[in-house]
Design a protein around this ligand. Structure first.
Ligand SMILES: Nc1nc2c(ncn2[C@@H]2O[C@H](COP(=O)(O)OP(=O)(O)OP(=O)(O)O)[C@@H](O)[C@H]2O)c(=O)[nH]1
Length: 248
């Protein structure tokens, strides 16, 4: 497929190639203005998406490869950025693992939908931040189909962790490597992470995240997610905190 110069003239400045290994790069695209309305909440974010590509490809070759890449059969991750993200001293970020059932369908088996929408509000109220939507994290890394099997086991009395183990998975197989590389391309100052999970903060710091603090995000408790949330605290290391560790 031949890509015209006029096409590249439009796209060139909005594409950035980020080296990750000798074999692979990330192609980061954006910002795209994304006006959002969810109930009474409205805000305009800057939206970026990224794709892992061969390290030898130029921007033009990346674009030329897309039409034959079947990208709809894989998932791409993205990030919603708010405010002067590169320059503000203080930025809130959320690394949100995709939850098809909670985020899209509004499932009350978990608190994922609540956390996604609440963190968007927290970031706009704070004035600066970003929500990374990590598309290869479904079911903490086990995938959507496996999560449906895990849910069937949970209906039979297993908790989240037991169900993952019974299917032969680790409890948590998420990698944050790509998201950190993208974060570094957008901002080199420290951030504060929105999470209840200190293990997630440690995992992110081991990938190079510049963050000393986190702010908790509990809420959206229902009868149908109570056991899931209790298991997070009892088995997955999530901490129930009364107050944020910093003021937001
Ligand atoms: N395997 C499995 N995954 C689940 C289940 N419920 C939600 N998830 C997934 O769990 C992920 C979110 O994990 P959480 O533990 O809420 O988040 P966390 O990121 O570790 O911690 P927080 O930042 O505090 O939310 C998403 O990928 C969901 O798809 C479940 O019952 N089983």
């Amino acid at each position: 497929m031949t890509i015209l110069k006029e096409t590249m003239d439009i796209l060139q400045d909005k594409m950035k190639l980020i080296e990750i290994t000798a074999q692979e790069k990330l192609c980061l695209v954006g910002p795209v203005k994304l006006p959002i309305k969810q109930g009474d909440f409205t805000a305009t974010f800057n939206w970026y998406s990224w794709l892992k590509v061969d390290a030898t490809l130029s921007k033009k070759e990346v674009v030329a490869s897309l039409a034959n890449s079947d990208l709809a059969f894989g998932q791409q991750s993205s990030v919603l950025v708010f405010g002067d993200f590169a320059n503000e001293d203080d930025a809130l970020i959320r690394m949100h693992s995709i939850c098809h059932t909670g985020d899209i369908f509004g499932s009350q088996r978990c608190d994922c939908g609540y956390q996604l929408h609440e963190s968007m509000k927290m970031i706009t109220e704070h004035g600066c931040g970003a929500i990374f939507y990590l598309a290869d994290h479904e079911g903490r890394g086990i995938g959507l189909f496996s999560k449906s099997l895990a849910y069937l086991l949970q209906e039979d009395g297993y908790d989240t962790v037991e169900a993952n183990h019974a299917l032969g998975f680790e409890d948590d197989t998420r990698s944050y490597e790509e998201a950190i590389r993208v974060l570094e391309a957008l901002r080199d100052k420290p951030v504060t992470l929105i999470t209840n999970n200190p293990k997630k903060l440690s995992a992110l710091k081991s990938h190079g995240l510049l963050a000393d603090h986190h702010v908790p995000l509990w809420g959206g408790l229902t009868d149908t997610n109570r056991f899931y949330l209790e298991t997070k605290v009892q088995k997955s290391g999530h901490i129930l905190e009364e107050k944020p560790t910093i003021n937001v």
